[in-house]
Design a protein around this ligand. Structure first.
Ligand SMILES: [Zn+2]
Length: 99
C-alpha cells in the first residue's frame, strides 16, 4: 500500500468526504499503526484542518493539540516578515544589549 494513497484517503476523511474505493477506515488505521510517517502526516493535516476551520469561523471544532496547531501556523507564516522595525544599512544580526 502506497503512503500517497493512504494520505489521499486520510485527507478525504478529514474533509468529511468518502474514502477512495478500496480503502476502508480500518485499512487506514492499520497503516497508521505501522507507518510513523503517515501518522505524522495525519497529525499535521488534522492540525491544519482545525486551524482552517477555526479561521473560517467554526470555533466549535476543538483542536486536539493546540501546540501543534500553533507550531504549524508559525511555519506557515512567511519567513520574510520580521517583527519590529528594521533599520536599513546596518547588518547587525539582532544582538541584545544589556543595560
Ligand atoms: Zn505510510
Amino acid at each position: 500500500m502506497l503512503c500517497t494513497r493512504i494520505r489521499t484517503a486520510l485527507s478525504a476523511r478529514l474533509d468529511g468526504e468518502e474514502l477512495p474505493p478500496g480503502l476502508t477506515a480500518r485499512r487506514l488505521e492499520t497503516h497508521l499503526a505501522d507507518c510513523r510517517e503517515c501518522r505524522r502526516w495525519e497529525r499535521q493535516s488534522r492540525a491544519l484542518t482545525a486551524v482552517l476551520r477555526r479561521a473560517a469561523g467554526h470555533p466549535e471544532d476543538d483542536v486536539d493539540d493546540p501546540a501543534a496547531a500553533d507550531a504549524l501556523l508559525a511555519r506557515l507564516r512567511p519567513a520574510a516578515v520580521q517583527p519590529g522595525p528594521v533599520s536599513p544599512g546596518r547588518a547587525d544580526s539582532g544582538g541584545k544589549r544589556a543595560g
